[in-house]
Design a protein around this ligand. Structure first.
Ligand code: PMP
Length: 324
């Protein structure tokens, strides 16, 4: 018998997929880790699980308790699933600029959704800070605090990183991905560097994020904006602090959209914008490193969440983008 233990048992151990057309074109192995196959549909299921398990172990999350989080979406979706599976109340504070589809889904999953106006991190009414205050006010509640709760990167250090090392049999030459909280890049980056210091850890950053300039010059400089959701940052989160990053690419929205459509039409994968950023950067990195290298990136979440945007020709046109 081979039986999986509930929702939790389905998290992680995602396939590492060879992207055939892109590998052929670059002469490298372009491998995408299919995080959209996690049961909540994204890479964030891993962090959500670690955060809840850690709070339970420390005794701060008790039966009947509440999990509060400020999230652009996917962490909330993972938390909402887990709260349903474990009997907790889930309250999600979300910037009102996020896809209506994400908010709708959170409500369906049983979360209480509180949309708030988007405000920069330094503003006391930033969604993350509102979530922190709300958890205190509610009582018998925890604030998941994915940005600065180091259990987030630990999830990737203990699961995503080792899975990549195992599934490439240690042949991985580079890992490239975008960051939101920084948990994925930090956890995977640290793990792979410890295994082999020559593995290149590369950041893929959208416009409107300050991390590209930080890697290149040591200074955070935010310029422009992006249609992508859930990635980019204007600060070094506790999770990202100290991550061994070798290089960075700034990926524009058109390159992201082009890659999202290539992934659908040439590889058959229906994925979201952060995956477009990741895979576009992986291809650029392959060209820079030259043929014969193994480059791993993440396929973060499904396109369905962005159907009304990324996959809506009128919306794209409005943004001056073309689906090709
Ligand atoms: N892609 C998507 C779609 C996300 O929602 C997130 C997390 N907000 C990321 C990538 C980035 O992951 P991390 O928070 O681990 O940096």
């Amino acid at each position: 018998m081979s039986v999986t233990e509930g929702f939790v048992g389905c998290i992680g151990n995602t396939p590492l997929i060879r992207l055939a057309a892109l590998s052929k074109e670059t002469g490298c192995e372009i491998l995408g880790k299919a995080e959209f196959m996690n049961p909540g549909g994204s890479v964030k299921d891993r962090a959500a699980l670690y955060i809840i398990q850690d709070a339970e172990r420390r005794g701060v999350l008790k039966p009947g308790g509440t999990v509060v989080e400020g999230t652009a979406g996917n962490t909330g979706i993972g938390l909402a699933h887990l709260c349903a599976a474990r009997g907790y109340r889930c309250v999600i504070v979300i910037p009102d600029t996020q896809s209506p589809a994400k908010m709708e889904l959170l409500r369906v999953l049983g979360a209480e959704v509180r949309p708030v106006p988007a405000a920069p991190y330094k503003d006391p009414n930033n969604y993350q800070k509102i979530a922190g205050r709300l958890a205190q006010e509610l009582g018998n509640a925890i604030w998941a605090n994915q940005f600065d709760n180091l259990v987030n990167r630990q999830a990737h250090y203990e699961t995503t990183g080792p899975e990549i090392w195992r599934d490439t049999a240690g042949t991985v030459d580079a890992f490239v991905c975008a960051t939101g909280t920084g948990g994925t890049l930090a956890g995977v980056g640290r793990f792979l560097k410890e295994k082999n210091p020559d593995v290149r850890i590369v950041l893929a950053d959208p416009h409107g994020s300050g991390l590209y300039s930080y890697v290149k010059t040591g200074e955070i400089k935010v310029e422009g904006n992006s249609i992508t959701e859930g990635i980019g940052s204007s600060r070094i989160t506790a999770n990202l602090e100290g991550t061994p990053i070798d290089d960075a690419y700034r990926v524009d929205d058109q390159s992201c959209v082009t890659m999202v459509y290539r992934l659908l039409r040439e590889e058959g994968f229906y994925v979201g914008g952060s995956t477009g950023i990741n895979v576009a950067a992986a291809v650029w990195l392959a060209r820079q490193m030259g043929p014969g290298h193994t480059i791993v990136t993440l396929l973060c979440d499904r396109g369905e969440l962005y159907r009304a945007r990324l996959f809506n020709p009128d919306w794209l046109k409005e943004k001056g983008l073309v689906p090709a």
